[in-house]
Design a protein around this ligand. Structure first.
Ligand SMILES: [Zn+2]
Length: 404
């Protein structure tokens, strides 16, 4: 419990909730939405679960609702949800060309949303914009709903122990400060994790990894990251840097990477890699005379995808190679972790099967578990623009619920 901080518009405080209620609520947020699911997840007796839940419903922490069911007959199952007024949390998502802020209720509803599209010249500029944004965002907090704190999706690497940001390739000066020290308006509970880990938390509570114990979220955008979900938790790693999937080497004689390495996945399969491959093809004479990629300005990854879908052979070749490289790296990850689901998100996921078909082809031949059946590979159901801030807010809710 931390000290109350009041201002005219919102109240930062933890709700009174015993440890047993927090464990039940965590189970519900992670997808165990029925008594039977909670019994299994928490290892408690049916009597204890029923008694606890009845108390939580009376206290206004939970609401019961008919759960969606595939069964066409019989009584609808009763599902459990967090009451939207139980608490709220704010999430900020910093990117090289944006700042997005969301205020979310315990059941994941958007209470407030603000965003800025801008390429940051310096970290100070981005941090200044966030300081201005936060009070406006928090003004959307419903009266009487406790605010747990603020989660921040760091655009680069952040060290868990010290909380220091260690650098973000596309924001100059994004290093050697603690975001928790800069963003104090939400009180002392500020959770900072790399962006891909935050997005993985959003998938775990609201998306493709809900109700799953072991899964992987791939964040395929201009860069590449991953969240590794093991036994119901998104792995942070020793220093908090777990999930730097974009810097797994797939081509030792390949291109130099921003990390200082060579042939990382990010140099072969990312928005930047696909745009560079198209630009290179335009200048080195490998383009076919009638390729769509020759028209207009040098195409970005989306334009290459459109050309590929229109049947352009070179565009298809570029995506085919990127997909196969993704398959090589993903095969290693699947062999290591044995996930039940792989959820594919990020801007590049819009290319869909153009990217994933060649990746799956490699997986079928390389993943050890292929003979026993590959994990289910699905595209993220969450909003591309909201997933980072939603995950950041989710990290705060989990931090509170796991503190007991
Ligand atoms: Zn690298």
């Amino acid at each position: 419990m931390f000290g109350n901080q009041t201002n005219a518009r919102y109240l930062i405080r933890d709700p009174e909730m015993p440890g047993s209620s927090r464990r039940i609520l965590r189970g519900i947020l992670c997808g165990a939405g029925s008594r039977a699911g909670l019994q299994k997840a928490l290892g408690l007796s049916p009597g204890t679960i029923s008694e606890q839940i009845a108390g939580m419903v009376r206290a206004g922490l939970l609401v019961e609702a008919a759960a969606p069911s595939n069964a066409s007959r019989g009584r609808p199952r009763i599902g459990l949800q967090a009451h939207p007024r139980t608490f709220a949390a704010a999430g900020l998502d910093f990117g090289s060309g944006h700042l997005r802020g969301g205020l979310f209720s315990a059941d994941g509803q958007v209470l407030g949303w603000l965003e800025i599209s801008r390429v940051w010249n310096h970290a100070e500029e981005a941090l200044g914009a966030a300081k201005l944004m936060l009070p406006r965002l928090l003004a959307a907090l419903p009266l009487g709903t406790p605010l747990l704190g603020l989660g921040i999706a760091d655009p680069g690497m952040v060290e868990t122990g010290s909380g220091r940001s260690l650098g973000a390739v596309h924001i100059p000066g994004w290093q050697d400060f603690r975001l928790a020290d800069v963003m104090t308006v939400c009180g002392p509970r500020v959770v900072v994790r790399p962006s891909a880990q935050m997005k993985g938390l959003a998938e775990m509570l609201h998306g493709g990894l809900r109700g799953v114990r072991n899964g992987v979220f791939l964040d395929l955008g201009m860069g590449v990251g991953a969240a590794l979900m093991l036994e119901g938790h998104v792995l942070g790693g020793h220093r908090g840097l777990a999930g730097e999937f974009g810097h797994v080497c797939v081509n030792p004689s390949g291109l130099d990477c921003t990390c200082g390495g060579r042939g990382c996945l990010e140099t072969e399969c990312s928005g930047r890699a696909i745009a560079s491959a198209a630009a290179k093809a335009r200048t080195d004479g490998t383009l076919l005379g009638n390729s769509l990629l020759l028209r207009g300005r040098s195409p970005d990854a989306q334009a290459v995808a459109r050309a590929a879908l229109a049947g352009d052979p070179l565009a298809r070749k570029i995506y085919g190679r990127a997909g196969r490289m993704l398959g090589i790296a993903l095969g290693g990850l699947i062999n290591l972790l044995d996930p039940e689901y792989v959820i594919v998100g990020g801007g590049l996921s819009a290319a869909g099967d153009l990217l994933m078909d060649p990746a799956k082809e490699v997986l079928r031949s390389q993943a050890l578990c292929a003979s026993a059946g590959l994990p289910a590979i699905r595209f993220s159901p969450l909003s591309l623009t909201q997933v980072g801030a939603l995950g950041a807010a989710s990290s705060v809710m989990l931090n509170y619920l796991e503190a007991a």
